[in-house]
Design a protein around this ligand. Structure first.
Ligand SMILES: [Fe+2]
Ligand SMILES: [Fe+2]
Length: 220
């Protein structure tokens, strides 16, 4: 384990049980709001997984761990990513908090010994999604947006829920389109987000499955 990651768990006794250890580690850093959010995302991911025939056990674990890197201060994220030999993108260097998705996957691997690539992938793109995303990636991405960790009403939650009646892809595209429309307000436009949206748009066009229909539903 990298010594910087080791420092994060100094004094923590890990049991090997993901739920117990997530709870212990997050509370060591006094982040009760993060713990509560991770629990809610995990439950939401479980429900979405059951609904869309995705592996629910993987969804639960990915949900629990998706924001585990909240224990790393934003000011230290680039240094940690570089220490872990991640290829830090210019957008991530410009706005380090966006790195938290990839750092959570690294912490899941290093500290929690998660070697399930599907779970690590879902954790690692839960904020932006990515091109070629799996159904599990989309489940965790959407669960995070539905169970938004801000005190205000989850943005776009209603839109996502309506689109989920169509499919995971429709809901993911719905959210990414809304983000795209307000891209001038975003701290950064992450290339993975752009690539995910472009891919979903192309698939939507190919199937002509009805983004038009989605827009109509949203305006009803
Ligand atoms: Fe997150
Ligand atoms: Fe989150």
């Amino acid at each position: 384990m990298h010594h910087i990651v080791q420092q994060l768990i100094d004094g923590v006794v890990l049991t090997g049980d993901v739920l117990t250890d997530v709870r212990t580690l997050i509370m060591k850093w006094g982040l009760s709001h993060t713990l509560e959010h991770c629990m809610r995302v995990s439950r939401e991911a479980y429900q979405l997984a059951r609904r869309f025939s995705v592996n629910a056990d993987e969804a639960v674990v990915a949900g629990l761990l998706h924001d585990i890197s909240d224990i790393v201060p934003s000011s230290e994220m680039v240094a940690l990513a570089e220490a872990l030999k991640l290829d830090v993108l210019p957008e991530e260097r410009h706005f380090p908090p966006i790195l938290h998705q990839r750092l959570s996957a690294e912490i899941a691997r290093e500290i929690f010994r998660i070697d399930n690539r599907a779970v690590l992938s879902a954790i690692g793109c839960h904020t932006t999604l990515r091109k070629g995303a799996s159904s599990l990636d989309k489940v965790v991405f959407l669960a995070d947006k539905i169970q938004w960790n801000q005190p205000s009403t989850p943005p776009l939650r209603d839109a996502i829920l309506i689109c989920l009646d169509k499919s995971l892809d429709a809901a993911a595209l719905c959210y990414l389109n809304c983000l795209w429309e307000r891209r001038s307000d975003l701290a950064v436009i992450h290339p993975w987000m752009q690539e995910a949206r472009n891919e979903l748009l192309a698939m939507d066009k190919e199937n002509s499955s009805g983004l038009t229909g989605l827009k109509k539903d949203l305006s009803d």
